[in-house]
Design a protein around this ligand. Structure first.
Ligand SMILES: Cc1cc2nc3c(=O)[nH]c(=O)nc-3n(C[C@H](O)[C@H](O)[C@H](O)COP(=O)(O)OP(=O)(O)OC[C@H]3O[C@@H](n4cnc5c(N)ncnc54)[C@H](O)[C@@H]3O)c2cc1C
Ligand code: FES
Length: 267
């Protein structure tokens, strides 16, 4: 995948969508052309107060406008949330290995995106790309499962609908959709599908516990494949410092360079 390199971008807009959740937009024809879903940008927020860059996924791309969706977690994202329209940001990207869309699908293959909370961040761009692929007419509709604490915290629903995805919601408090975790909803949906004569590709992003649950849920289904976008602390973001190394079934891997997307069987 191409690396566009280090760029100075000008912020077109930065809005608070929900408490502590922000959407940042900027134009970059170069990045829009080079980026693939699941890749990330390494953002320098303020060199005096934070030394390391912060990894943030490419949330969506429309023409040459890129969107980043982020939650304020600590110092870096707090500073980023204070930026204004017209301010300049220093970014490196697109970085990492994104989601693989494994060739042309047969009509018996389904695609399910699973987002836990802010896990929607890289999945909207993936949904956009899936909607642009010329697959055969599918028997199984593209589906996205959105998990949130309550109905107020459901994110990016309309973005997935725009890409032709059917949206199902799971909330912890049952205020909307399925009451329970998004992985319990996935389990229910898989049980209702005939996975002997069809197959399913799952693409997931969310907390690590979500991945352990998905791994267990899909174990009985040899026709279910799953790729996950993995979060890890990062230093350089370029494969140099070894700060993001994790142990996988295929040995030690760098999340920034070999990932952030991995086959769930590897992690
Ligand atoms: C490939 C990749 C893509 C990401 N994409 C997004 C995105 O699109 N939107 C978004 O909001 N966040 C995303 N993140 C997470 C984001 O990078 C962190 O939230 C951010 O770096 C926190 O910086 P901070 O200075 O605000 O917090 P810090 O002060 O550095 O930390 C605050 C808290 O967050 C925890 N934390 C910080 N970084 C991470 C991390 N990488 N993984 C787990 N816990 C962490 C720390 O334990 C601490 O409790 C992504 C991470 C990775 C690795
Ligand atoms: S962050 Fe430096 S090697 Fe991955």
């Amino acid at each position: 995948m191409a690396v566009a390199g280090q760029l100075k971008i000008r912020i077109e807009s930065l809005k608070e969508l929900h408490p502590q959740v922000y959407l940042l937009k900027f134009k970059s024809p170069l990045l829009a052309k080079a980026a693939a879903p699941g890749q990330f940008l390494h953002v320098k927020v303020d060199s005096e107060k934070t030394i390391l860059r912060r990894p943030l996924s490419i949330h969506a791309i429309e023409d040459s406008t890129l969107r980043i969706l982020f939650r304020v977690r600590g110092r870096g994202t707090q500073i980023l949330s204070q930026y204004k329209k017209g301010d300049t940001l220093d970014i490196i990207g697109p970085l990492g290995n994104g989601f693989s869309l494994e060739g042309r699908r047969t009509k018996d293959e389904g695609r399910i995106l699973v987002a836990g909370g802010l896990g929607v961040a890289p999945l909207v761009f993936l949904a956009q790309k899936i909607s642009q692929t010329k697959d055969q007419k599918q028997k199984i509709k593209n589906l996205v499962l959105l998990g949130a604490k309550s109905k107020k915290e459901v994110l990016a629903e309309n973005e997935f609908k725009k890409s032709g995805f059917e949206v199902r919601v799971a909330t912890d408090d049952g205020s909307r959709g399925f009451k329970g975790t998004v992985t319990a909803l996935l389990e229910k949906i898989l049980l209702a599908q005939d996975l002997k004569s069809s197959s399913v590709h799952i693409y997931a992003c969310g907390p690590k516990e979500m991945f352990s649950a998905i791994k267990q849920i899909i174990e009985p289904y040899p026709n279910a494949k799953c790729q996950v976008s993995f979060e890890q602390f990062m230093g350089c973001g370029l494969g140099i410092c070894c700060g993001c190394v994790i142990e996988t079934t295929k040995g030690y891997k760098k999340v920034c360079k070999d990932g952030p997307v991995f086959d769930i069987k590897e992690i």
